[in-house]
Design a protein around this ligand. Structure first.
Ligand SMILES: C[S@@+](CC[C@H](N)C(=O)[O-])C[C@H]1O[C@@H](n2cnc3c(N)ncnc32)[C@H](O)[C@@H]1O
Length: 303
C-alpha cells in the first residue's frame, strides 16, 4: 500500500487532475446550460434545501468546476449574483468562457475551500456540487463556510458520494462487465483499445487520489454540526436510476465509442430519465438516505 497522501498533496493532485480534465469536462459529464441543465440543477438545489421558489441572494460556489451549478442558477434567476471558486484554474477558465458565451456576469476566484478570501458574513448562500469528497480537511472547510455566511443564511451541497450507495452501485458495474462481450456483439461494437496515450495514462492514476471521501449521512451531518450549523438535513438521491446509469456507462467504457449506435445512447438516456422519476417520486421520500448513490446536505448558519 502506498503511504496516504498529505492534505497538501491531495490539493495539488486535485488542481492538476482537474486542470487536465477541464477541456472536455462538460461533454464527458453531459453538462449543459439550456433548459435541461437548468431543470437538473434547480431540482437538486431545491431538494437539498427542502423549499421552493425563494430567491437566494448573493451566492458563493465551492469547487464550481466549469460552472454547472453557478451558470444554470444564474440563468434560472434564482440567485442575484454568484462568485464561483475552485482550486483548478483550468476549470475556472472554462467557466469564464461559457459565462462569456451565455452573457452571464460571474466572478471567478481561484482558492481552496478551507481558505476563502472573502469577508465574514458576506454571502446569503454557500453551495457546491460533487466537491466535498475532494476536500482533505472538511472541518476547516465548514468553519470557513460558516464564517462567510450571513447569520441565518443557508448552505447546500449536492451530489456527494454515499458510502453504502457506492458499494451497492458496484453490483450493476460488475454485472455490466460480465455481460459486456455479449452486449458488444449485439450492438456490433469492437472492444475498446486500452490506454496507449502516455499523457492520459500519466494522469489516470490521479483519479484514485483525488476522491478522498465517501460519506454516510451521519458523517455529513456531524461535520456540519461541529462547525456550528443548525437545521442540518441530509437526503439521498438516485437509486435505480444510478444503477441503470452505472451499468450503461460501464458497458460503454468497454467498447470503441464510435461503434456504439446513436440509438443506444437515446435508449440509455430515456431509460435513465424514466427511472429518475421513479426515484424522485417514490423511492427518495420513503427509503433511508444511506442507500442512495448521492447525498445532499443543507444547513443554516446560526441567526
Ligand atoms: C467533481 S468536480 C465538480 C465540479 C462542478 N461542481 C460540477 O458539479 O460539475 C470537483 C471540483 O472541485 C474542485 N476542487 C477539488 N479540491 C478542491 C479544494 N480543495 N478546494 C476547492 N475546490 C476544489 C476541483 O478542481 C473540481 O473543479
Amino acid at each position: 500500500m502506498p503511504p496516504a497522501a498529505s492534505a497538501e498533496e491531495i490539493k495539488e493532485h486535485n488542481a492538476r487532475y482537474h486542470d487536465v480534465a477541464a477541456g472536455d469536462y462538460d461533454s464527458k459529464w453531459g453538462i449543459s446550460y439550456g433548459e435541461q441543465g437548468r431543470a437538473q440543477v434547480l431540482g437538486k438545489l431545491r431538494r437539498a434545501l427542502g423549499e421552493d421558489g425563494r430567491r437566494l441572494g448573493r451566492a458563493l460556489e465551492i469547487g464550481a468546476g466549469t460552472g454547472y451549478f453557478s451558470l444554470n442558477l444564474l440563468r434560472a434567476g434564482v440567485v442575484d449574483s454568484a462568485v464561483a471558486t475552485d482550486i483548478s484554474q483550468g476549470m475556472l477558465d472554462e467557466l469564464d468562457a461559457s459565462a462569456g458565451q451565455l452573457g452571464l456576469p460571474v466572478e471567478t476566484v481561484r482558492c481552496e475551500a478551507a481558505d476563502l478570501p472573502f469577508d465574514d458574513s458576506s454571502f446569503d448562500l454557500v453551495f457546491g456540487h460533487a466537491v466535498l469528497h475532494h476536500l482533505p480537511d472538511l472541518d476547516a472547510a465548514f468553519r470557513e463556510f460558516r464564517r462567510v455566511l450571513r447569520p441565518g443564511a443557508r448552505l447546500a451541497f449536492c451530489g456527494e458520494p454515499s458510502r453504502y450507495g457506492d458499494r451497492l452501485a458496484s453490483l450493476p458495474k460488475r454485472a455490466a462487465l460480465a455481460v459486456a462481450p455479449a452486449w458488444r456483439v449485439l450492438i456490433g461494437a469492437r472492444p475498446r483499445v486500452e490506454f496507449d496515450d502516455d499523457h492520459q495514462a500519466g494522469e489516470h492514476w490521479l483519479e484514485h487520489v483525488v476522491d478522498v471521501h465517501a460519506f454516510t449521512p451521519g458523517q455529513l451531518a456531524g461535520i456540519a454540526g461541529r462547525a456550528g450549523f443548525e437545521d442540518v438535513r441530509v437526503t439521498g438521491e438516485e437509486l435505480v436510476a444510478g444503477w441503470f446509469g452505472w451499468m450503461n456507462r460501464t458497458l460503454e467504457s468497454t467498447a470503441e465509442k464510435d461503434d456504439i449506435p446513436t440509438l443506444w445512447f437515446h435508449w440509455a438516456h430515456r431509460g435513465y430519465l424514466a427511472l429518475k422519476e421513479l426515484d424522485t417520486a417514490v423511492l427518495e421520500p420513503r427509503l433511508p438516505p444511506a442507500i442512495f448513490y448521492n447525498l445532499l446536505v443543507s444547513a443554516r448558519a446560526p441567526a
